[in-house]
Ligand binder design. Structure first.
Ligand code: GTP
Ligand code: MG
Length: 378
């Protein structure tokens, strides 16, 4: 089992601007803060006015109408890009406007079209209308785009309206004003496997062991405040993306701890890996932890409970840990949920767990548009 490189998502890149204090909360110095929600206002360009003009030329009396059309206003487009890691850029600037069309001119000159404005967002971004809540697009692969505000059309110049019976039209049509709206951008990470567990159980340690991602690891709860992705490789042929999420606590659905908002990042994962703690000094046993986690997941989205899952019983290296595993093994056996005793610290049992994960993912149908960047290959 060869463990692999860091996932391109979430790390580095992004903006040169200074992070605001709000979004930089929890970020280490020199580490790009992560933002998975943003509200922005977009406005497309207005069209240019059509021109009313008549040809005035020596030796050409009554030269006729020659007013050109106005240019089209630019659209606002949102495009998914694998070069963008989070929605951080949209916390600095909230208002975006595409270019307006230029006005038409005499001598049959048409105004130039306004420039489209392309806003790049991370792959996995859901675009909603902020007012109605309607989903405008779910951008699940790089290069996918959606026009969120259509530019206004250009006004028609008077040259367009000349007919044999109306040779000197003195009017043009008005241009389109374009559209504006508030949008909600919501990033849901694209990973194959999501790690779900209480704080301090060793989720980040597991990700660090199996990939080259380097999330912070420490012996206190809520070390991880933002999701982290890592690419795990099996030989040269297969790989998958694993997501380490901040810990869940009992009552998270009522806002305790960091709440449930990070669970949105497991919505798209194909497999949930519940990480439970076998440390005998912990007040709660792994079975109770598992029940808490499942309850919180259910409170977030009941259908997530139907998602294929595995259980990793971590810290088996501790003395007396295996004894703690007995009760939960019995209970999971009844539900036919596979569980593995592992140690993220020593690596014990990790290879078997990864083997099972790869096998499960391989046997799962990949829905169209669901392929992960750097995801399961082979
Ligand atoms: N003995 C032992 N300690 C472990 C093992 N895995 C993790 N730890 C320790 O458990 C503590 C918590 O590990 P983390 O990986 O930060 O736990 P986490 O689940 O990511 O915690 P949060 O980010 O706070 O949710 C650290 O002190 C680790 O060294 C293990 O397999 N055995
Ligand atoms: Mg962690």
């Amino acid at each position: 089992m060869r463990c692999a490189r860091r996932c391109p998502n979430l790390f580095g890149g992004g903006s040169n601007q200074r992070p605001s204090r709000a979004v930089a909360r929890g970020a280490k110095p020199g580490c790009m803060p992560f933002l998975d929600e943003a509200k922005i206002h977009v406005r497309s360009g207005t069209g240019g006015r059509g021109c009313i003009s008549f040809r005035r030329e020596k030796f050409r009396p009554k030269g006729g109408p020659d007013g050109g059309d106005g240019g089209r206003g630019g659209d606002v487009v949102i495009e998914a890009s694998s070069q963008v890691q989070s929605l951080l850029d949209y916390s600095y600037k909230k208002h975006f406007q595409a270019g307006s069309g230029k006005h038409g001119e005499g001598n049959d000159r048409h105004g130039a079209d306004g420039e489209d404005l392309v806003l790049r967002v991370p792959v996995g971004t859901l675009v909603r209308d902020a007012q109605s809540g309607e989903v405008l697009a779910d951008l699940t692969h790089a290069g996918q785009r959606v026009v969120v505000a259509k530019g206004g059309h250009g006004g028609k110049g008077n040259a367009r309206f000349a007919t044999p019976t109306r040779q000197a039209p003195r009017f043009s049509t008005p241009p389109g004003t374009g559209e504006e709206r508030w949008l909600l951008l919501e990033l849901k990470l694209m990973a194959d496997v999501g790690l779900v567990g209480l704080p301090n159980v060793g989720k980040s340690s597991l990700l660090a062991r199996v990939s080259s991602a380097r999330p912070k690891i420490a012996s206190y709860p809520f070390t991880t405040l933002n999701p982290h992705l890592g690419v795990v490789e099996l030989g040269d042929a297969e790989r998958m993306v694993m997501a380490d999420l901040p810990g869940l606590v009992e009552g998270a659905h009522k806002g305790v701890g960091l709440g449930l908002r990070f669970l949105r990042h497991v919505e798209r994962t194909r497999l949930l890996l519940y990480v439970l703690d076998l440390d005998p000094s912990r007040e709660r046993g792994p079975l109770e932890e598992f029940q808490i986690l499942r309850h919180e997941v259910q409170m977030y989205q009941p259908s997530l409970l139907q998602r294929p899952c595995l259980v990793a019983l971590n810290k088996v290296d501790l003395p007396g840990a295996s004894l703690r595993a007995r009760e939960i093994r019995k209970s999971l056996g009844k539900e036919s949920i596979s569980c593995y005793e592992i140690s993220a610290l020593t690596g014990q049992g990790v290879e078997e767990l990864l083997g099972e994960i790869f096998m499960r993912l391989k046997n799962m149908p990949v829905e169209k548009g669901e392929e992960r960047e750097g995801g399961l290959g082979g």
